[in-house]
Design a protein around this ligand. Structure first.
Ligand SMILES: [Ca+2]
Ligand SMILES: [Ca+2]
Ligand SMILES: [Ca+2]
Length: 221
C-alpha cells in the first residue's frame, strides 16, 4: 500500500507538463500562469487602459501578456469616440531586481506615478498608431539604446502576447526579476496608466494535468 502510494505520488510529479507558450493571438496558454498584476479601469480611453499583465519563463524566453478594458490594437474605425488611435504599451523589467540600477519609476516626466517603484533596466514596447504597429522595440531604460527590434508579438481582442529571448535582456535561468507596465497614449492629453510591480523567477513552470491525481486516488480505493 505504502509502495503504491509512493508510486502514485511519483507519477503525479512526473506527469507534470510544460506550458508550451505560443505567440499566436490565442490566450488559452495563459490560463494557468500565476504571475499576474491586475489594474483598475482608470483611463478615459478603454483601448489604452491596462486591465492585467502576466509573465512566465519557458525554455530560454520570457513570455509577456497584456490585457486592456477595450480593444488592445484597434483599427481606425474601432477607436472610441473622441479618442486618438495612438498607444504605446510598455512592459518594464527590473532585470537585476535592484531598485538602485536603471530608471526608478516613482516619478515620470515630473509627475508622481503613485505605484511602488522598481529600478527599470529594460523596456519592452509595442507602439500602435492609426491602426498599425508603431515601434516594436526592446531598449535600455536609461540610455534608450536599442536591444532588439520586431520581437514576436500577436494581438487579438483585448489582449496581446510577446516573446523576449533571455539573452537579449541579459537574464539567465534561475534569476529573479521585478516587472510592471505602463501605457502612454495620445488620448486624453497623453495621460499615463501605471501598474504596481511583481516579481518573476526564471524557472520553468510545471503544470499538473487537471484531475490526474484524483483519478489515481480513486483507483486505489
Ligand atoms: Ca498564445
Ligand atoms: Ca488601468
Ligand atoms: Ca534594476
Amino acid at each position: 500500500m505504502i509502495k503504491n502510494l509512493i508510486t502514485i505520488i511519483m507519477l503525479a510529479l512526473f506527469c507534470s507538463i510544460s506550458l508550451a507558450m505560443t505567440i499566436d493571438g490565442n490566450f488559452d496558454d495563459w490560463a494557468q500562469v500565476p504571475t499576474k498584476i491586475d489594474d483598475d479601469e482608470d483611463m478615459a480611453d478603454s483601448s489604452g487602459d491596462i486591465k492585467m499583465i502576466q509573465a512566465v519563463y519557458e525554455e530560454g524566453n520570457l513570455y509577456l501578456r497584456m490585457t486592456v478594458y477595450g480593444t488592445i490594437t484597434p483599427a481606425m474605425d474601432e477607436t472610441p469616440a473622441g479618442m486618438t488611435n495612438r498607444y504605446y504599451y510598455h512592459w518594464i523589467l527590473d532585470t537585476d531586481d535592484n531598485i538602485n540600477t536603471g530608471f526608478e519609476n516613482s516619478e515620470y516626466e515630473g509627475n508622481p506615478t503613485d505605484v511602488d517603484p522598481i529600478g527599470v533596466d529594460v523596456v519592452v514596447m509595442v507602439g500602435w498608431r492609426d491602426g498599425n504597429p508603431n515601434g516594436v522595440e526592446i531598449y535600455d531604460a536609461l540610455t534608450e539604446e536599442l536591444m532588439m527590434e520586431n520581437f514576436d508579438f500577436a494581438s487579438e481582442g483585448d489582449s496581446m502576447e510577446a516573446m523576449v529571448p533571455e539573452d537579449v535582456i541579459g537574464v539567465n535561468e534561475g534569476d529573479t526579476i521585478a516587472l510592471s507596465a505602463f501605457q502612454e497614449g495620445a488620448s486624453d492629453n497623453w495621460s499615463v496608466d501605471w501598474l504596481e510591480p511583481t516579481t518573476l523567477m526564471f524557472v520553468p513552470m510545471a503544470v499538473k494535468p487537471e484531475g490526474k491525481l484524483a483519478v489515481k486516488w480513486a483507483e486505489i480505493k
